[in-house]
Design a protein around this ligand. Structure first.
Ligand code: AMP
Length: 498
């Protein structure tokens, strides 16, 4: 089935027009019906227009998760402004870069961040939005008369920042059609029905919670139960009134750690989805033993939304990410020993990195495939398994951390000669950020000193969980640091925690 193209918002409005009385989101600040969406978005649009936001303007957003933050996102879609969400954990130093790079016409921030934003943005307007229906943006909402913008499929809907291997993030430009096509394909592939209830526990500054979860629910007019933050007791309590759950592997490990998690609490559940990081086979097996349900693992990334998925009806094989979704082509590039970097093409693939045409060009093959950077195998049936990352990415609790960024910060400390940051298997987070540091002879420093010196400069999830000071980094004959050797040496450090 192909729905009309054009703007994602028009598509959503057409899909939800008969669902007015149905609950769209139920969260701690109250409930919203489907019929609330358009008038609220129009009001927000008017406030944004009033401060100078136009079609194509970037709106930089660093707010707590809330139904009102969802409305802000939808309002941007409605008027053709480009939504640029930021991880709520980013420090002001990190935010400065995103502000300079995205050149927004408006910043919307949590009230507690307003002061630090003022220093960053100068004369640019800043509005606030809290998670309890407050803040200057919300207070100014009144007039619901505003035209829905006429958009083309190629108009950019959002820019989501991915970390770069150089430590600097790149803004992935996602068009209305990138998002629309993925919503349509996923809701069909995972067999969403109007009766589904989604337990939404993911952050909404990332592709997983913002696009995959939210769009699937909107596309099929489902009710979402909104949680802010990971509280296992609350998740277990709400599973009984849900049918679909989307999580990162950390969620599943935490559920299994809780003795009250069992098949009975999952009695209404039809689907548990996992992605954003590899799900361990042991988690998949234990989860099935406890709940009676097989987790459906899928694979995707900021630049392309969802790419592959285990089948809904066919076999869900632990450790694999399944098959390319309908409309997506996947192939293994420069294959060696059966492995190579996964390359993809499809309506889901982004329009390039914001203001980085050269970088964009490097990431595509001559015949137009996007080079994902993930090393994969493909079996005889066409099933893919991700076996590593060509780029040195660490994924901790579902968040990406690029070692280079942390290494640069540590290397700048007086008394540090060099450092290597690696991801080490961690029972809770998938990988734990781990820093190996070499001192020069100028200062006597401890691991705790280094931790103190970097802890205010980085979002919490990026901070090394452990730091080791050693004499020298292992290097090969070409002078390259052997991170594999370090990973082997430190392989067990978090296992011993349990
Ligand atoms: P992000 O752009 O934050 O969504 O991160 C994308 C990266 O997460 C991918 O390039 C993969 O390295 C990794 N990833 C996502 N899903 C999976 C999965 N199911 N298994 C293994 N790695 C995954």
């Amino acid at each position: 089935m192909t729905a009309g193209r054009g703007g994602l918002y028009q598509n959503i409005i057409a899909r939800i027009k008969n669902a007015g009385d149905k609950t769209f989101i139920t969260g701690s600040s109250g409930d919203y019906l489907y019929s609330d969406i358009d008038p609220i978005c129009a009001k927000i649009q008017n406030v944004m227009t009033g401060v100078g936001v136009k079609k194509g303007s970037r709106v930089l957003v660093q707010v707590e998760k809330s139904p009102e933050a969802v409305m802000l996102y939808l309002a941007c879609l409605r008027m053709g402004a480009i939504f640029v969400p930021l991880n709520t954990g980013y420090t002001s130093g990190e935010v400065s870069y995103f502000f300079e790079n995205s050149e927004p016409d408006l910043c919307v921030v949590s009230p507690d961040k307003q002061e630090s934003f003022k220093d960053i943005v100068g004369e640019k307007p800043v509005l606030t939005l809290s998670s309890n229906k407050d803040g200057s943006l919300w207070q100014q909402c009144s007039d619901a008369n505003a035209e829905i913008a006429e958009l083309t499929s190629d108009d950019i809907a959002a820019i989501l920042y991915t970390s770069g291997t150089t430590g600097r993030s790149k803004g992935a430009m996602l068009s209305n059609e990138n998002l629309r096509s993925n919503a349509e394909v996923l809701s069909e592939y995972w067999q969403w029905s109007e009766d589904d209830v989604l337990l939404h526990v993911l952050p909404i500054f990332h592709v997983h919670g913002l696009f995959v979860a939210l769009h699937c629910a909107l596309w099929t007019t489902n009710t979402m139960i909104f949680h802010n933050g990971l509280n296992v007791e609350n998740i277990i309590a709400d599973l009984a009134r849900s049918t679909v759950f989307m999580g990162v592997p950390t969620h599943y490990v935490r559920l299994l750690d809780n003795p009250t998690f069992n098949a009975d609490v999952c009695r209404n559940m039809r689907l548990f989805l996992s992605g954003s990081a590899p799900l361990l086979t042991e988690t998949f097996i234990q989860f099935e033993e406890r709940s009676g349900l097989k987790i459906l693992e899928r694979y995707g990334m900021t630049e392309a939304g969802m790419i592959t998925s285990n089948p809904y009806n066919g076999e869900r094989v632990a450790g694999t990410v399944g098959f390319p979704l309908p409309g997506v082509s996947g192939r293994i590039g420069a294959e060696k020993d059966g492995k190579g970097v996964l390359e993809i093409k499809g309506a889901n693939v982004f329009k390039g990195y914001w203001r980085m045409p050269e970088k964009t060009k490097e990431e595509f093959t001559d015949d137009g495939f996007f080079i994902t950077g993930d090393i994969s195998t493909m079996d005889a049936d066409g099933r893919f398994t991700i076996v590593g990352r060509a780029k040195d990415l660490i994924i901790t609790g579902g968040f990406n951390v690029y070692p280079k960024e942390i290494e640069s910060l540590i290397d700048d400390i007086d008394g540090v000669k060099e450092s290597a940051v690696i991801g080490v298997a961690h029972p809770d987070f998938g990988e734990g950020v781990t820093a190996i540091v070499i001192l020069d002879d100028t200062k006597n420093m401890t691991e705790a000193d280094i931790d103190n010196l970097i802890c205010d400069s980085l979002a919490k999830f990026k901070l090394p969980k452990k730091i080791y000071i050693i004499d020298a980094l292992p290097r090969n004959t070409m002078g390259k640091v052997q991170k594999n050797a370090l990973r082997e040496t430190y392989a067990d450090i978090y296992r011993k925690l349990k």
